[in-house]
Design a protein around this ligand. Structure first.
Ligand code: ZN
Length: 399
């Protein structure tokens, strides 16, 4: 009875000890599995694009609001968001004429939001440029003037005089959301005679093709027809994370600026020269002369491709690996004349990934050409760039 009794007492103790050891073992096994198994991919939020030949690829959001106009955060929050997104340049573009918080926040100095933002960005390498939003009914609607010298001097009644003053301060000025339904009820951006006049005078230098969660194909056409710089901005009023679902892998719209140097002067030069591209959701928008080098820098191929081999020797199926070094995904449509061993005609290169395409060349080649249309890159309304890659084949000996 006693033995049995002891055993009875021992059994639960042993059971708990074994359960404890088992739990530790299982936990460490799970941790190991977690480390080895790729989980649902939520990319690092720091936005990442490679430089292009001759230029740095700088990331900007040049249309943002704080409590100093109709936004709902203090300017330092805008800086913290920008640092998390790893932006290079931002601007606080408070409305000059629309100040709903004025009863609580009087504004004797229209440069104040910028000053607070500059202070918040101290000891970081984020560039903050002075800007303001000219806020008028149509025409001319809303426009951002950035690289101004003094926002206070832009407070005036005359709609054209304010553009002139900003221009004389050296500003780069772009038309905001020309597709905004309160000012264009059909969502179609249209140039008015006043806009044509502003463009002719050099008072309007760019146009938002993307604003917040909207895209305007018509604005893109206006940009191309009138030599305006293509812009995309968040026009954020609340929080970037909430508006663009950053915790689930979303991102704010940004303008990529292709600048010679990482300085305010160089950024301004690039904007006036029209060297930009916009990243909006899964789409890249820009002139072909900038978008093509950006895609070429983002998607690289290994130096030499290799034919697959079987027990019978070398096949005519060539492995070609594409490395996507950017945060954008690329949707490629095959125009090469070859078919693939494991893909249809549409190939998606996920951000920061390697995709191996098995190309059926029918006969052994020493070099092949692959041509694709990049479906989610836009160079004009209904136009997508074609990209060609020349691939060298590594010399292989058969069995
Ligand atoms: Zn705005």
């Amino acid at each position: 009875m006693q033995d049995i009794g002891n055993l009875t007492v021992l059994r639960p103790k042993l059971y708990f000890e074994m359960k404890f050891i088992l739990t530790i073992l299982l936990t460490s096994l799970c941790l190991n599995l977690q480390a080895q198994t790729p989980h649902t991919h939520i990319p690092d939020r720091a936005i990442d694009f490679p430089n292009v030949p001759g230029y740095l690829t700088l990331k900007s959001d040049l249309h943002q609001h704080s409590v100093f106009s109709d936004g709902n955060v203090w300017p330092n929050i805008r800086i913290q968001e920008a640092l998390r997104d790893d932006l290079d340049v931002v601007s606080m573009t408070e409305h000059l004429e629309y100040l709903p918080h004025k009863a609580d926040i009087p504004l004797p100095d229209r440069n104040r939001a910028h000053e607070i933002a500059v202070k918040a960005a101290r000891n970081t390498d984020l560039i903050v440029v002075l800007g303001s939003e000219i806020t008028r009914s149509m025409p001319p609607g809303h426009a951002n003037a950035i690289f101004i010298k003094d926002a206070n001097k832009l407070v005036m009644d005359d709609s054209v005089a304010v553009f002139k003053e900003a221009h004389e301060q050296g500003a780069f000025i772009f038309w905001n959301h020309p597709n905004w339904t309160p000012q264009a009820s059909d969502g179609i951006a249209r140039l008015t005679p006043m806009h044509q006049d502003l463009i002719a005078k050099g008072y309007l230098n760019g146009i938002e093709v993307v604003n917040d969660i909207t895209y305007s194909e018509e604005a893109l056409q206006i940009a191309l027809d009138n030599n305006l710089t293509i812009m995309g901005t968040s026009d954020i009023h609340d929080l970037i994370d909430w508006q663009f679902d950053v915790p689930n892998g979303g991102h704010r719209p940004i303008t990529l600026i292709f600048a010679k140097e990482r300085t305010e002067a160089s950024i301004k030069e690039a904007l006036f020269a029209g060297r930009t591209a916009v990243w909006f959701n899964e789409t890249l928008i820009g002139r072909a002369n900038m978008l093509t080098p950006l895609i070429k820098a983002s998607v690289t191929i290994e130096e030499e491709a290799v034919y697959q081999t079987t027990s019978r020797g070398i096949t005519q199926v060539l492995n070609v690996s594409f490395t996507n070094n950017s945060d954008a995904s690329f949707m490629l449509y095959n125009k090469s004349g070859y078919t693939f061993h494991a893909n249809d005609d549409v190939i998606i290169l996920e951000p920061h990934s390697i995709t191996t395409l098995q190309v059926k060349t029918k006969t052994q080649q020493t070099e092949i050409e692959l041509k694709f249309t990049v479906l989610n890159a836009v160079i004009a309304p209904d136009a997508h760039p074609d990209l060609v890659w020349h691939i060298k084949v590594k010399a292989q000996e058969g069995k």
